[in-house]
Ligand binder design. Structure first.
Ligand SMILES: NC(=O)C1=CN([C@@H]2O[C@H](COP(=O)(O)OP(=O)(O)OC[C@H]3O[C@@H](n4cnc5c(N)ncnc54)[C@H](OP(=O)(O)O)[C@@H]3O)[C@@H](O)[C@H]2O)[C@@H](O)CC1
Ligand SMILES: Nc1ncnc2c1ncn2[C@@H]1O[C@H](COP(=O)(O)OP(=O)(O)OP(=O)(O)O)[C@@H](O)[C@H]1O
Length: 401
């Protein structure tokens, strides 16, 4: 009887411990929510203050929109016949102040428009089936980050195409991903082609590596996807493939390139056969876009620069000073879903702005805000896994509020 009584007491103590623990967690959540609300309110007040200062100060207002200097000869020489090239740069930013308000007013509502409502009338797959090609054995993390980000942003299914060795590893990270261990098989292209009719967007490159056979298979899959008019996001080692063989994606209007500065330099120099002039990123990005046939280029960095060769849009959403690997994978996976949503939205929803540009602005804003929120919680220890955990609340905050 004594033992039974002791066991009961211990069970009760355990239960009340978990109740207290849960109450503490709930209180912590409420405190965090209140902090976010206070932060948002402060941002709004600051935004209004900057706005009124800028209205009184014409110089500050003028810096928000800059005209592009006259075209250089290099740009003219790389323009393809028949490809229109506007020389005006429309700079929009998404941060505090008047410029921020203009950016949010112009592009953010379009991103909000393309995010599909969640209703009980839809079936699995309708909000997106995204295919992601990559994942060489050393780089399984990159492919996982991109694929899980696509799913968490709102795709219904995330299909991963990778090598046999990478597949088991990726599968063991998450049961939620559909993993095809085919990229290094003798009939890789046919195996992947079978799935293309079911895919809404293809993301190529996270952790792909530079193995010749894998790049050859990837190139053929890109060709097949173009024939199906599927939006294609190219990142990381996929961009190395493009630098070697630009024709693989050149001129394909639903192609989006997401280089970091290194990758951008390689692409630029491959297209222009001259060193990159690092003094004017906006001009160089436009030149690359035009040389690629007005593909959308997202040059990632301190500010993300998005251009389709006609205009440049800057995303300056506050991120953090933490720069660990994988943030670009979060961006490319998210962009895969947003590109699908943008291309299936009516022109009315995107106000006839290039859908790739709308999607890219959304993905950059999302990535930076995830970084910001994760950094707020984890500081110097922030990793990409922490950022991915912020996707849900970031979407609520910036796209659904
Ligand atoms: N967990 C995983 O599995 C992950 C796997 N990943 C996968 O790894 C593969 C190779 O990717 P990568 O990161 O090694 O190559 P890349 O980005 O070209 O950098 C090479 C060097 O360039 C430099 N550098 C870079 N950026 C720069 C900048 N903005 N401005 C200036 N310099 C810059 C810097 O060199 P440093 O100059 O510092 O010596 C850097 O070391 C690819 O498939 C990718 O998807 C990643 O996604 C991460 C997570
Ligand atoms: N200097 C910076 N300041 C603020 N944010 C930055 C900075 N550099 C990069 N970022 C953020 O990180 C995102 C990814 O850019 P990054 O240069 O890390 O890509 P990447 O090298 O391709 O990433 P990955 O490690 O996944 O390969 C950018 O879109 C931007 O949001």
């Amino acid at each position: 009887i004594v033992t039974k009584r002791l066991l009961e007491q211990s069970a009760e103590a355990e239960q009340s411990f978990y109740q207290i623990e849960e109450q503490l967690l709930q209180a912590k959540d409420r405190r965090r929510e209140a902090e976010h609300a206070r932060e948002l309110h402060m941002l709004q007040v600051l935004g209004q203050m900057f706005s009124s200062i800028a209205t009184r100060n014409p110089v500050a207002t003028a810096t928000a929109t800059t005209a592009m200097p006259p075209a250089r000869n290099t740009m003219e020489s790389t323009m393809q016949p028949g490809v229109p090239m506007s020389t005006s740069v429309l700079e929009r930013s998404f941060s505090l102040g008047t410029a921020a308000r203009r950016g949010m007013d112009d592009i953010l509502p379009l991103v909000k428009n393309i995010v599909p409502p969640l209703t009980t009338k839809k079936h699995k797959g309708q909000d997106g089936r995204i295919g992601i090609i990559g994942g060489y054995q050393e780089y399984t993390g990159a492919l996982y980050f991109a694929a899980i980000s696509a799913l968490k942003v709102g795709a219904d299914l995330s299909h991963v195409f990778c090598t046999k060795d990478a597949a088991t590893v990726i599968k063991s990270y998450s049961p939620e991903l559909i993993v095809h261990p085919v990229l290094d098989s003798p009939n890789a292209v046919e195996e992947i082609e079978k799935w293309l009719p079911r895919l809404h967007c293809l993301v190529v490159g996270p952790g792909l590596g530079r193995d010749e056979m894998l790049l050859k298979n990837t190139k053929e899959v890109i060709e097949k996807s173009k024939a199906r008019d599927i939006p294609i996001v190219i990142d990381a080692d996929g961009l190395w493939l493009v630098a070697q063989q630009p024709s693989v994606i050149q001129g394909y209007q639903k192609g989006i390139l997401t280089p970091n500065y290194m990758e951008f330099t390689q692409l630029y120099e491959a297209m222009h056969h001259e060193p990159l002039d690092s003094s004017d990123h906006q001009r160089s990005a436009m030149e690359l876009s035009v040389a690629m046939g007005n593909l959308t280029v997202v040059l990632k960095g301190e500010e993300d620069l998005i251009t389709d060769g006609n205009k440049v849009i800057l995303c300056r959403q506050e991120g953090s000073g933490r720069r660990c690997g994988g943030q670009g994978d979060l961006l490319s996976g998210s962009l895969g879903v947003l590109a699908h949503w943008a291309y299936t939205s009516s022109a009315d929803m995107t106000k006839s702005v290039n859908p790739s540009v709308v999607a890219a602005f959304g993905a950059c804003s999302l990535t930076r805000q995830c970084n910001r929120q994760a950094f707020h919680k984890h500081g110097r220890a922030t990793t990409t896994t922490d950022r991915i955990q912020e996707i849900s609340s970031t979407i609520k905050k910036i796209f659904e509020s």
